[in-house]
Write a protein that binds this ligand. Structure first.
Ligand SMILES: C[S@@+](CC[C@H](N)C(=O)[O-])C[C@H]1O[C@@H](n2cnc3c(N)ncnc32)[C@H](O)[C@@H]1O
Length: 427
C-alpha cells in the first residue's frame, strides 16, 4: 500500500469521523510491514495534525472548487502532499509523484492530474504559509487560544510553542525488578543514552527507541510513561496493605506504578471503557502484578462495589487532554469549546461520588492531563467550597503555596502538561 494513501485515510478518519489518531494510525499501519514506512506514515499524520490550519489554507487556496463529498479524502491527500513539500526533506519530485500515485491507488484515476497540478503549483510558488490570523499563526483553534490567553496571559504563546514540540520518550523503571541506577547501567550497556528524572523511577531517553530494543522490556523491567504521569504514584503515597482505588484506570500506567511502589496494597482498577480496560490487564500481566480489574462507572461505585471504603483513591479524571497535545496533536481538532464545561461537570460528578467512598483520614489524588483551570484549580476550589470534610494538602513541587494544586505545563522539565491536587478527608 502507498504510504500517502494510508496517511490520507488515517487523517480522514480523524477529521471527518472524529476517530482519535491513536486508533486511526495503527489501523492503517497494520497494512505496512516495513518499519521505515510505518515511521513515515506516523510522521505524515502527526505533521498534518500539528500544522493543519496552514496546510488547509494553502491547499484550499489552490483548488478552484472544493472536492465533492465522495472525493473528500483527496483533500486530506493534498494536505499530506503539502506537508511533505513544506516540512520534510523528501525531494519535491518524489513527494509529488508518490502522492499522485496514491490518488491512482485510491481509484480516483481521473483526478490524478488535479493532485499533480495543485502540488506542482504549491512547489513552484514557494510562498510562505499564511499567518494572517492567530489560528493560522499558531496552528491552534481560536477557542483554545482564547482560553489559554485568559488562563496564562503571560506565557500562553510559550505553551502553544511547547505543545508543538516533539515529545521525549520517558521510561519508568520497575523498582520490583532492579534499582533505577541498575537499569540506567543496562541502558548504557545497550548504548541507549538516558538520564534520571526528578521522580523516583523516571528515566528520560535522549532519543525515542522501539520498546523491543529496551533491555528486559517484555519481562517487565520498565514501562513507557511520561515523567509527569509518574508523579501520581509518589503523590498518592500508598502504605502497606492499604485498599486503593484507581477510579479511571485504563490503560493502567498509574495502576501498575502504584502497585510497583507498594506491592502489598489491594488495588481495584476501574474503567468505564471495556476495550481500554483490556489494556490494564495486559499491562498488569506483562509486569506480573495483581489487581482487581472492574468494568464500572466511577460515578456509581455503589453498583459494582460491595467492599469497604478505600484508604486511597486515585482519580485520574477524563479531561480535555490539553496538556498532552504534543503527544496527541489531533486533540486540537477533536475537542470543541463546549466540551470543557461538559467535562468539568462530569469531573465534578465523579469527584463527589468517589469522595463518599474514601475512608475518614483517607487521601484522594485528583489528576488530569489538562492545562485548563476549569478542569483543575477551579474544579478543586469549588469542590473544597462544597465539601467541608476535605482539606487540600500542599504539594512540595507546586510553584507557590497559594496555588490550588500543582499545575505542570507542557515541556516543563521535559514533562507533559498535567495537574495534581492532593485531598485528605477529615477523621
Ligand atoms: C486520563 S484516562 C486514565 C489514564 C490512566 N489512569 C493511566 O494512567 O493509564 C481517563 C479514563 O477515564 C475513563 N472514564 C471516563 N469516564 C469514566 C467513568 N465515569 N468511570 C470510570 N472511568 C471513566 C476513560 O475510559 C479513560 O480510560
Amino acid at each position: 500500500m502507498n504510504v500517502r494513501a494510508l496517511a490520507a485515510k488515517a487523517i480522514f478518519n480523524v477529521l471527518e469521523k472524529g476517530i482519535s489518531l491513536s486508533v486511526a494510525l495503527p489501523d492503517q499501519q497494520q497494512h505496512l510491514t516495513n518499519g521505515k514506512d510505518k515511521a513515515l506514515l506516523a510522521e505524515l499524520c502527526y505533521g498534518v495534525m500539528r500544522q493543519l490550519p496552514q496546510l488547509d489554507k494553502c491547499v484550499s487556496d489552490c483548488l478552484s472548487k472544493p472536492f465533492k463529498a465522495k472525493q473528500r479524502i483527496l483533500h486530506q491527500l493534498l494536505l499530506v502532499g503539502c506537508y511533505q513539500l513544506y516540512f520534510t526533506r523528501i525531494p519535491a519530485h518524489a513527494a509529488i509523484s508518490e502522492t499522485a500515485e496514491a490518488c491512482r491507488q485510491m481509484k480516483f484515476d481521473g483526478l490524478v492530474k488535479v493532485i499533480n497540478g495543485v502540488l506542482r503549483n504549491i512547489q513552484r510558488k514557494e510562498a510562505p504559509l499564511n499567518t494572517d490570523n492567530d489560528t493560522l499563526k499558531y496552528n491552534t483553534p481560536a477557542w483554545f487560544i482564547k482560553r489559554l490567553k485568559s488562563a496564562y496571559p503571560e506565557n500562553w504563546a510559550d505553551i502553544i510553542e511547547q505543545s508543538h514540540q516533539r515529545p521525549p520518550m520517558w521510561l519508568r523503571n520497575n523498582q520490583l525488578s532492579q534499582t533505577r541506577d541498575n537499569y540506567l547501567s543496562q541502558l548504557a550497556e545497550h548504548e541507549i543514552e538516558a538520564s534520571a528524572g526528578d521522580s523516583d523511577d523516571a528515566i528520560l531517553l535522549a532519543a525515542p527507541k522501539d520498546v523491543m530494543q529496551l533491555p528486559g522490556f517484555t519481562e517487565g523491567s520498565a514501562s513507557v510513561q511520561d515523567g509527569a504521569a509518574q508523579w501520581a504514584a509518589t503523590l498518592l503515597a500508598p502504605q502497606a496493605n492499604e485498599q486503593v482505588l484507581d477510579a479511571c484506570a485504563a490503560p493502567g500506567g498509574k495502576t501498575c506504578h502504584t502497585i510497583e511502589c507498594e506491592p502489598t496494597i489491594s488495588m481495584v482498577a476501574v474503567d468505564f471503557d471495556a476495550k481500554r480496560l483490556e489494556r490494564v490487564q495486559q499491562n498488569l500481566d506483562r509486569l506480573n502484578l495483581k489487581a482487581q480489574v472492574i468494568h464500572g462507572d466511577a460515578a456509581d461505585i455503589d453498583s459494582w462495589w460491595q467492599g469497604d471504603k478505600f484508604d486511597r483513591i486515585l482519580l485520574d479524571a477524563p479531561c480535555s487532554a490539553t496538556g498532552v497535545i504534543r503527544r496527541h496533536p489531533d486533540i486540537k481538532w477533536l475537542r470543541k469549546n463546549n466540551d470543557i464545561e461538559e467535562l468539568a461537570l462530569l469531573q465534578q460528578q465523579i469527584i463527589d461520588h468517589c469522595w463518599k467512598w474514601l475512608k475518614p483520614g483517607g487521601t484522594m489524588l485528583y489528576a488530569t492531563c489538562s492545562i485548563l483551570p476549569q478542569e483543575n484549580s477551579q474544579q478543586i476550589e469549588q469542590f473544597l467550597q462544597r465539601t467541608p470534610d476535605a482539606t487540600l494538602i500542599q504539594i512540595a513541587q507546586q510553584s507557590s503555596a497559594e496555588d490550588i494544586g500543582w499545575q505542570i505545563l507542557p515541556g516543563q522539565n521535559n514533562m507533559d502538561g498535567f495537574y495534581y491536587a492532593r485531598l485528605v478527608k477529615a477523621v
